[in-house]
Design a protein around this ligand. Structure first.
Ligand SMILES: *[C@@H]1O[C@H](CO)[C@@H](O)[C@H](O)[C@H]1NC(C)=O
Ligand SMILES: CC(=O)N[C@H]1CO[C@H](CO)[C@@H](O)[C@@H]1O
Length: 299
């Protein structure tokens, strides 16, 4: 399988074709719309500014006022961006839901309903290749931070590294260990393992994303134990550890945050049935944020 790269040519093609389409459609009426290109770092920081509507079902859109021409990816467009890539998602059910949203973008609905039962087989790994696009997709069930650290260390021993890593955990830790500082220490280990993977990938660094914790709607959680342990206060303490342990871009860590907390707060409690797992639209928004961020970064 060809080594994946976001070649400059491919990126130019994607951004030029998209921008020119927009220009073609809009220029006569709104020339100021293009004050910023989507490549500016200002736009990168605005990727999570999303508004929600709820009728009949939740949908999202970027706030228009921010003057960044973010793109909502089509299947063809996402396939072009990810052609030849090895995508690895590891973590808990949030990582699974995010991967499902990516598969919804890449596959047609019939294919998605075929893969869904396998992807969601309880507590198991999952693999898929899309030979026509050279895309390889792995999900590794890794509910605890130590599982993710071990995975990252194992990857270092292999000849090829993933091009795109999507990682996230914390809910299992909150329920079964319930200690923010212990969680923070485990995050610090993930950070070290990720940094050393980053340093060892000589030519092309993997894109690494960290899934933030969702908003927990305590009254909707489906067991007493969850209601007792997974409180708003505890969630804040866990979020603080993510900020403090320097794993994120903002504190020069290796991961860009996919802020599931912000997206789930935005979508609101109408978007969840169990107070923890949210409507597809949330993960669809996260996937589009991720792909736009990859596009911005590679330019
Ligand atoms: C994840 O880590 C836990 C705690 O260290 C361990 O008991 C479990 O077997 C690991 N699970 C997987 C899937 O590796
Ligand atoms: C400064 C920094 O570490 N940037 C990283 C932010 O996250 C992306 C996504 O993985 C990396 O590619 C950047 O290098």
């Amino acid at each position: 399988m060809a080594r994946w790269r976001l070649s400059r040519r491919k990126l130019l093609f994607l951004s030029v074709s998209f921008t020119s389409l927009l220009l073609f459609l809009h220029l006569p009426s709104s020339p100021h719309h293009f004050a910023f290109s989507p490549t500016s770092s200002l736009c990168n920081s605005r990727l999570h500014r999303i508004s929600w509507t709820h009728s009949p079902s939740p949908t999202w859109s970027w706030d228009k006022s921010q003057n960044c021409d973010f793109q909502r990816f089509s299947s063809g467009h996402a396939s072009e961006l990810l052609r030849g890539a090895w995508i690895l998602a590891a973590g808990d059910s949030q990582a699974r839901l995010l991967l499902l949203a990516l598969l919804r973008l890449l596959l047609d609905p019939a294919q998605v309903s075929n893969v869904e039962p396998d992807l969601f087989r309880r507590h198991s790994d999952y693999q898929l290749t899309l030979p026509d696009r050279g895309i390889k997709i792995d999900f590794v069930w890794a509910p605890y931070e130590s599982n993710i650290t071990h995975l990252l260390r194992d990857i270092q021993l292999t000849p090829r590294y993933p091009d795109l890593l999507i990682l996230g955990s914390g809910l299992w830790h909150m329920l079964h260990i319930t200690s923010p500082s212990h969680y923070g220490a485990a995050l610090a280990q993930i950070k070290r393992a990720a940094e050393s993977l980053f340093e060892q990938s000589i030519s092309l660094h993997p894109h690494m994303f960290w899934l933030g914790l969702p908003k927990l709607v305590n009254s909707m959680l489906n067991t007493e134990e969850k209601k007792v342990k997974m409180t708003g206060t505890m969630l804040e303490a866990y979020d603080r550890e993510v900020d403090m342990r320097g794993i994120l871009n903002g504190s020069s860590g290796p991961f860009m945050l996919l802020d599931i907390g912000r997206l789930t707060r935005g979508c609101g409690k109408h978007c969840t049935l169990d107070g923890m797992h949210y409507h597809d639209a949330v993960y669809d928004a996260a996937v589009n944020i991720m792909l736009n961020s990859m596009l911005i970064e590679s330019q």
